[in-house]
Design a protein around this ligand. Structure first.
Ligand code: BGC
Length: 487
């Protein structure tokens, strides 16, 4: 009885206490965006086309509402208002991405498009004038269209073009940018949007092009890192890394070793495949072994997973100053019989079964449920697996479907995930250095068009002025940045 009382008291005390915990002074509280999703002005002032322009224009049936990013939030013109909104939110940091083809219209450094450079200069300078740190992603999915005919990221030739683009961007903006992200979510680039990496890739069997794409992206990331390290770090003194998406997979039954193995295998195929070469050495062993074994049974002449040379492994290893994490999904994982040999697919290589809990509170985006402990567990997992690296949560967010401004679900979401982040820092000793909410405003949500709204600010997409209106969650977020507590 006494124990029970003590337990209740201590749980209550801990809960109350955690609400008073503060984010450390150097912790970056911020918001995130991406070029194609907000900028619009797709063919203005010399911008070259990207694969997302072509895809949305030619295959609009594949976009839920048939829309595109031609105008999006019109941030190419409304950037000052965006900075005002960030200022109103009281954020420390604002994450943007550069449109590669706005700076280099055909993707190559043969021509630098000055109006595009001027646009990013104005935006970066305005953020700094307002004491907001610009966090800059080089590549958030909008590959210059010209590379599509080569097979996009499945062609290793793109690696050097990306490296030259990275050098150009560091040279142009690096005197004012302290936090760089090379690539946003390589897994999504290679798996979800594989039809977009280039027309030719759709002819490759599944389970091959994803790995070729991943292989090239890892090399491209490493080249950009080394260019920064060698040519810019001494004078610019910033940090550079990659952003990986992390779906946390919790063993369905943690006392069943098969479920534990299945969950871990899924984490390795989703996350370890990118994180290991960078933060350890080479692809995870389970990924190498399983793809090799299944490739053999499928009669491939060699593993569908390309091999790094020793020199390449050494060049990729250690190319991070922190690790960027986007987190949206938690699932349970359980073991299932080895999938039969048929057409190859990365999901069959990963095997196991993953499922959600129908009792978890969801939102308009079917894949997003409110499961804050998933974030806490994955942060602990990163700490333990990769020797406690510095972590920046570069995205986390919640979607509405309608135009409502009373977004209590989003407030519940942010409060619980910010609280999980604080617990990870203060109770688990995870080295989390920032949290960026996705997103400051509703924007073009890829194949969902404008049907899913992730914004703290609502955007009216039928109004030519793209009027922004604060949702209730803006007040909540302002309180977080003002008090530096979860509120
Ligand atoms: C992407 C964002 C996207 C968000 C919400 C992330 O995978 O980086 O561009 O809008 O998820 O779906």
């Amino acid at each position: 009885m006494l124990t029970a009382v003590l337990l209740i008291v201590s749980l209550t005390a801990r809960h109350t206490f955690s609400l008073e915990w503060k984010f450390p002074n150097d912790f970056k509280l911020g918001v995130a965006t991406a070029s194609y999703q907000i900028e619009g002005a797709w063919n203005t002032d010399g911008r070259g086309a990207s694969i997302w322009d072509t895809f949305t224009h030619n295959r609009s049936v594949l976009i839920k509402d048939g829309s595109n990013g031609d105008v999006a939030c019109n941030s190419y013109y409304k950037w000052e208002e965006d900075v005002e909104m960030a200022k109103n939110l009281g954020v420390d940091s604002y994450r943007i991405s550069l449109s590669w083809s706005r700076i280099l219209p055909d993707g190559t450094t043969r021509k630098i498009n000055q109006p595009g450079v001027d646009f990013y200069n104005r935006l970066i300078n305005k953020l700094l004038e307002n004491d907001i740190e610009p966090i800059v992603t080089l590549y958030h999915w909008d590959l210059p269209q010209k590379f599509s005919a080569w097979g996009g990221w499945t062609n290793p030739a793109v690696i050097n073009y990306f490296a030259h683009y990275a050098r150009t961007a560091f040279g142009l903006f690096g005197d004012r940018v302290r936090t760089w992200i090379t690539l946003n979510e390589p897994r999504l680039i290679c798996q979800a949007y594989k039809g977009l990496v280039g027309d030719v890739t759709s002819d490759f069997p599944l389970g091959t092009s994803e790995y070729m794409c991943a292989h090239n992206l890892l090399k491209a990331h490493a080249e950009a890192y080394h260019i920064y390290d060698k040519e810019f770090r001494r004078t610019q003194k910033g940090k550079i890394s990659i952003t990986l998406d992390f779906t946390w997979t919790e063993p369905a039954n943690s006392s069943n070793p098969d479920d534990v193995r299945a969950a871990n295998q899924n984490i390795q195929f989703d996350f370890g495949i990118y994180a290991n070469p960078i933060m350890k050495f080479d692809y995870p062993k389970v990924v190498i072994d399983r793809v090799a074994q299944r490739s053999r049974l499928e009669n491939f002449p060699e593993s569908r997973l390309p091999k790094f040379t020793l020199a390449e492994k050494l060049r990729i290893k250690g190319t991070y100053d922190y690790i960027g994490i986007n987190h949206y999904i938690t699932l349970y994982g359980r073991s299932s019989p080895e999938p039969p040999i048929s057409d190859p697919h990365i999901d069959l290589d990963a095997a196991g079964e993953r499922f959600s809990n129908p009792n978890w509170e969801g939102c308009a985006a079917y894949w997003i449920k409110i499961v804050p402990w998933g974030l806490r567990n994955l942060l602990k997992w990163i700490k333990n697996t990769y020797r406690n690296p510095e972590i920046l949560i570069t995205e986390n967010g919640y979607a509405n479907a309608g135009d409502e401004l009373e977004d209590d679900g989003r407030i519940r979401y942010y409060r619980s995930y910010l609280n999980a982040t604080l617990q990870a820092i203060l109770e688990d000793g995870v080295n989390v250095k920032g949290y960026l909410a996705w997103s400051i405003m509703d924007n073009f949500e890829w194949t969902h068009g404008y049907t899913l709204k992730f914004g703290l600010y609502h955007v009216n997409f039928t109004d030519p002025n793209r009027t922004r209106t604060p949702r209730k969650s803006v007040e909540y977020f302002k309180n977080v940045t003002r008090t530096r507590t979860v509120g």
